[in-house]
Write a new protein. Structure first.
Length: 157
């Protein structure tokens, strides 16, 4: 009887080890690997301003966002594209760059713009109505370029 109990415990340990190795292989890649993959870029136009943005169009890329970045070039940002309209909260965990975020509806119209504080793990940012796309830029970029709610963004893939 004791032998059967020992075999069951040993079997459970082996199964747990195999599952651990399997899920570790399937787990999200390192930040650096994800950053390399997020090289997908596009150019957008808002009013007369052209900007270059990285496209975050997978759950993995959206989760990482602009974390661990030291800076963001002028007139550059990150475009978060979601599969369906909703209210998705954003936060600034491990993001040392002060950012502004515009929430964009299915007609590519800005529905809200918020200013975000760097390295926050408690505060989340989301608009009061559902959106399909979000655009993060350097803090104050939208105001400095007279871009407001109601403006249309062109070139969103």
């Amino acid at each position: 009887m004791r032998r059967i109990g020992c075999l069951l415990v040993l079997s459970a340990i082996v199964i747990a080890a195999v599952l651990l190795l399997y899920f570790k292989a399937k787990s999200p890649k390192s930040e650096q690997e994800i950053l390399k993959k997020s090289e997908k870029k596009t150019e957008l136009t808002i009013k007369d301003k052209k900007i270059s943005v990285e496209v975050a169009d997978t759950e993995e890329k959206r989760a990482l966002g602009l974390m661990f970045r030291q800076n963001l070039e002028e007139n550059s940002g990150m475009l978060f594209i979601f599969e369906k309209k909703g209210i998705y909260p954003f936060w600034m965990k491990n993001t040392g760059i002060p950012l502004s975020i515009a929430y964009i509806d299915e007609n590519n119209v800005i529905i809200d713009i918020l200013e975000m504080v760097p390295n926050q793990e408690v505060i989340t940012y989301s608009p009061t109505e559902p959106f399909l796309v979000a655009l993060e830029m350097n803090h104050g970029w939208f105001a400095e370029n007279s871009i407001n709610k109601g403006d249309t963004i062109y070139g969103i893939p």
